[in-house]
Design a protein around this ligand. Structure first.
Ligand SMILES: [Mn+2]
Length: 348
């Protein structure tokens, strides 16, 4: 990560530059593909759908292309029905512009990587760590609490450039959903004053039902979700004298409850809250059992992004994820826990 990445002036300049580029291009009625990361969360979908609404308003033909159907818990998001599911028939299509949203390396696009790379032009809007200088039309700023926070800034400049209103009720709900999710309702250490100011403006100017959003994003649950969480929590194990709390979820455990992966959302964050715990790790087998997905949360000196990078993943200093192929759940667990013990020892 470049130290310039934290320079507010440079970020403002990058935002203006990318907005100018998108504005000029959109007037030529280009085809634009917007790509949220796989297993998209509210930030990825909120930012992708908001950008789609904005670029359509400026003349572009836009498709948001997702790896899989949005999680049931996110079906309430405005315009989620407009998302196009990737299929192999699309692989050779060539967009005039492809925009990656809430990710910064095309391999996180999984099956859609080729379609993304096929496009004539590329842009990135993201707030995850990357060990690479920012390129042209790349707006990657780790100081933003969410990609939706960056998208708010980008759409504001697009409004100025086009001298028309672009923000609307749908964009307000989408951006607030992403901002609330990535900041834990404005409670995590990544929360910025800017996000709070944006939030104030959105609820001032648009029709947003905050109680409804809070229920949909944070409170809503199902009996199945309560049961699978109970099963996983009953299986947690400790390492490093209690500083590491981890759990491994075999597919049978999920199948027994007919649970899906999104039923485990936020569980690693909840595990981190236990007294004395510095790092929480949740491992689960993919539905076809070919891969292990890991989710890491850190309260301490252990840098979760660097930890995930050891296993080919990435993320943030306190929250990250990775995917391991070619290992059993037990093997992955042994490796991951040993790595966490090592890194915790080194940093404390
Ligand atoms: Mn995000």
């Amino acid at each position: 990560m470049s130290s310039l990445n934290h320079d507010q002036d440079l970020v403002a300049k990058n935002i203006s530059q990318l907005a100018g580029y998108l504005f000029d291009l959109s007037r030529k009625k280009p085809s634009v593909g917007i790509f949220p990361h796989a297993r998209a969360d509210a930030d990825a979908l909120g930012a992708a759908l908001s950008l789609a609404i904005a670029l359509r308003a400026l003349g572009a033909e836009v498709e948001v292309i997702a790896e899989e159907k949005a999680a049931p818990s996110l079906q309430f998001l405005p315009q989620v029905q407009s998302i196009v599911l990737y299929s192999n028939a699309m692989a050779l299509k060539q967009f005039d512009l492809a925009v990656a949203v809430d990710l910064n390396t095309p391999d996180r696009l999984e099956k859609r990587e080729r379609l993304f790379l096929n496009a004539s032009r590329h842009a990135i809007v993201d707030h995850h760590v990357r060990d690479q200088e920012q390129g042209e039309n790349e707006l990657i700023y780790t100081g933003s609490s969410s990609t939706c926070e960056l998208m708010f800034q980008l759409i504001s400049v697009l409004e100025t450039l086009s001298a028309r209103k672009i923000f609307n009720d749908d964009i307000a709900v989408l951006l607030i959903s992403g901002m609330m999710t990535d900041t834990g309702r404005f409670s995590y250490s990544n929360t910025t004053p800017l996000a709070l100011r944006q939030m104030a403006r959105l609820i001032e100017d648009f029709n947003v039902d905050l109680a409804f959003l809070t229920h949909e994003l944070f409170e809503r649950t199902t009996v199945t979700q309560l049961q699978i969480r109970g099963d996983v929590l009953a299986s947690i194990k400790l390492a490093a004298g209690g500083r590491i709390l981890y759990a491994s979820v075999p597919r049978e455990m999920m199948n027994k409850r007919k649970a899906t992966d999104d039923h485990l959302d936020y569980l690693s964050s909840d595990m981190r809250e236990a007294d004395g715990v510095d790092v929480s790790i949740l491992l689960r087998e993919s539905p076809d059992r070919s891969e292990i997905h890991g989710s890491v949360r850190s309260n301490s000196c252990l840098n979760a992004a660097e930890f995930a990078q050891v296993f080919g993943g990435g993320g943030h200093v306190r929250a990250s994820g990775f995917t391991i192929a070619g290992m059993s759940l037990a093997e992955a667990e042994a490796e991951v826990v040993a790595q966490a013990e090592k890194m915790l020892e080194q940093c404390s």
